[in-house]
Design a protein around this ligand. Structure first.
Ligand code: R5P
Length: 284
């Protein structure tokens, strides 16, 4: 078996290969002068079982994944791990004429008929899995956040989900360790701005860990932090599965009073303090 590392998931692919004690295929990625992406799997993968690991955070990441799937045409079996499945928030037509982006992406990934199984991690809305017409499985990294918080020895943490969508995640992080947890109410005003409704919480002098599936602009976390700080919260930590961190997300959160930012390596960054490699390897 060989792990084929996509452009966006190089370190994670290597970690998965180490867990499985198997080889990482050597790949070449470069740009043509006009900006088009060139992708080549240099190892011979004909008749091999391969697992492609590639998050889709950008449009280029999707192109790279499609190229790797095409390059695996002669493999015996091709599995695909998409640690971060971008575009999953455009999961329906909010306005007439809009593309259901995640459906278009699912169709393009499955169209070649090469992929046998797909693994995704904490997809924003698991209803979108119906758009993939191959066997698709969602892996749940929330227990890994709970493990990290417990190991970090934050005294008596209260786990907070910043909106209803994060309720399940907050419970999954808190329950195994018996941490207290609660959920806030959020209204989205624009792609960058949100409003968090004031809520009386028992957080005075306590440490809080805000958990969310995705941190993008940091707007949600900044508003939630401000609200928690106004109620006398001691330290605010944030932990997410997918650290997208666009624009000024990191300074924005730190400025709001966040003490530490924690993410997994579904998207690789300096905040990837939790690895999903073992969890993925256990599925193989
Ligand atoms: C939305 O429902 C998601 O769970 C996240 O709360 C959201 O994507 C975070 O985005 P931002 O960091 O831009 O507020």
């Amino acid at each position: 078996m060989k792990i084929v590392p996509g452009m966006s998931s190089q370190a994670l692919a290597a970690r998965i290969a180490a867990e499985l004690d198997c080889k990482v295929a050597s790949c070449e990625f470069k740009r043509f002068p006009d900006g088009e992406l060139y992708t080549r799997v240099q190892d011979d993968i004909k008749d091999e079982e391969v697992t492609i690991v590639q998050s889709i955070r950008t449009d280029s990441d999707l192109i790279c994944l499609l190229q790797l799937i095409d390059a695996a045409e002669e493999a015996h079996k091709t599995k695909v791990v998409i640690p971060y499945l971008g575009y999953a928030r455009q999961d329906k037509r909010f306005e007439p004429g809009e593309a259901i982006s995640i459906r278009a992406i699912a169709r393009s990934i499955c169209a070649a008929g090469v992929v046998d199984t797909i693994y995704v991690v904490n997809v924003h809305n698991r209803g979108v899995l119906k758009y993939f017409d191959v066997n698709t499985k969602e892996l749940d990294a929330s227990p890994l956040i709970g493990d990290y918080v417990a190991k970090r020895e934050i005294p008596h943490p209260v786990i907070i989900g910043p909106d209803g969508g994060a309720a399940e995640l907050a419970k999954a992080v808190a329950a195994p360790y018996g941490f207290d947890y609660d959920v806030l109410e959020k209204t989205r005003i624009s792609s960058e701005e949100v409003e968090i409704k004031a809520k009386e919480l028992n957080v005075e002098g306590k440490n809080v860990v805000i958990v969310d599936d995705i941190i993008s602009t940091g707007g949600t976390i900044s508003e939630a932090t401000a609200m928690l700080k106004s109620q006398g919260t001691h330290d605010v930590y944030v932990a997410c599965i997918h650290g997208v961190f666009v624009q000024n997300a990191v300074p924005r959160m730190l400025h709001a009073g966040v003490k530490e930012i924690i993410a997994t390596d579904t998207i690789e960054s300096e905040f990837s303090k939790i690895s999903i490699a073992k969890m993925v390897a256990e599925e193989k």
